[in-house]
Design a protein around this ligand. Structure first.
Ligand code: CAA
Length: 285
């Protein structure tokens, strides 16, 4: 079985960019692929900024930051990721888009390369079924911000081979993360537990139980959460939260998981959270 030396990352948004950065800092050669060249430029600028900040804070030497940067390559063509030993997909949370990408990856990678998805709630078994190698498909769910968060939730599909799981758990360790397993049910563990809490905070606000700042303050001071649920919803993206609630409702066959009307209303208004400058709270841009 080949040792993992090169990691391909498909998708250069917040999650893909974060995974690529962590992998390069950990010593892997990383090829970041995105069909959107402008997004790739933004991703590279973010890497430059975050690596420079790590040097300023004394967390890394300038030489190590330069070496990490030199291990990162940014490409728009799939041919350039063909030497990767594992590909981690982190594109938009859309099952059809992901299935199309995995079908293509399975045709390109015919050896023992691992095909991993960073999906936060879509079924790994369903994604794997779009390929002719479901035993090599697995979920590697990272958390935002990737350089800070310690967990990788590892999700086996129905056909994932045990040695693939073992290699992914070992890889997570080399990335400085702890891997914990979850089975392939909608939302896995993280979002099945986190998102209903966030949704409930919207209900509490909608019903006038408390104002947003107080709901968040109660959860921060009373439960030691680093961010209140509404601030966290803005941080994740309100559209993402609503989407995940719908995935839970469909996947767990229960309407109790549908997004709170208040959450849906803000999404309809284009108030998507930090990324749009306004969500539950307003942000300076
Ligand atoms: N990228 C890289 N590093 C970042 C960062 C980013 N986007 N944002 C913050 N950091 C780093 C800072 O540089 C700082 O590093 P040092 O300690 O080395 O100086 C550290 O994180 C702490 O940052 P701050 O001091 O600025 O702020 P903070 O103490 O308030 O922490 C936080 C910020 C780490 C984001 C903290 O508020 C937190 O943990 N919030 C909860 C985050 C969370 O729950 N994430 C999971 C979301 S759910 C998800 O991702 C899964 C899904 O499927 C939806």
């Amino acid at each position: 079985m080949s040792e993992i030396k090169q990691i391909g990352v498909v998708g250069s948004g917040q999650m893909g960019g974060g995974i690529a950065q962590v992998a390069a800092v950990a010593g892997f050669d990383v090829v970041v692929l995105d069909s959107n060249a402008d997004q790739l430029i933004r991703c590279e600028k973010t890497h430059d900024k975050l690596l420079a900040r790590a040097v300023e804070k004394g967390k890394m030497t300038d030489d190590d930051a330069k070496a990490a940067k030199a291990r990162l390559t940014y490409v728009t063509d799939y041919n350039y990721i063909s030497d990767s030993d594992i590909v981690i997909e982190a594109v938009v949370e859309n099952a059809d888009v992901k299935k199309e990408i995995f079908k293509k990856l399975a045709e390109m990678f015919t050896g023992d390369q691992i095909l991993a998805s960073n999906t936060s709630s879509i079924s790994i078994t369903e994604i794997a079924a779009a390929t002719n190698c479901p035993e090599r498909v697995i979920g590697m769910h990272f958390f935002y911000p990737v350089p800070v968060m310690k967990l990788v939730e590892v999700i086996n599909g129905l056909a994932t081979a045990p040695e693939v799981t073992e290699r992914v758990i070992a890889l997570a360790g080399r990335l400085g993360k702890t891997a914990l397993p979850a089975n392939d049910r909608a939302g896995f563990i993280s979002n099945r537990v986190l998102m209903p809490m966030i949704n409930e905070a919207f209900y509490a606000w909608m019903e006038g139980v408390a104002e947003p700042a107080d709901i968040d303050g109660i959860m921060k001071l009373g439960c030691n959460h680093p961010m209140g649920p509404l601030e966290l919803a803005d941080f994740i993206g309100l559209d993402t939260c609503a989407h995940i609630m719908n995935v839970l409702a469909d996947g767990l066959h229960s309407e109790r998981y549908r997004p709170c009307p208040k959450l849906d209303q803000l999404v309809s208004a284009g108030r998507l959270g930090r990324k749009s400058g306004c969500g539950v709270f307003s942000y300076e841009r």
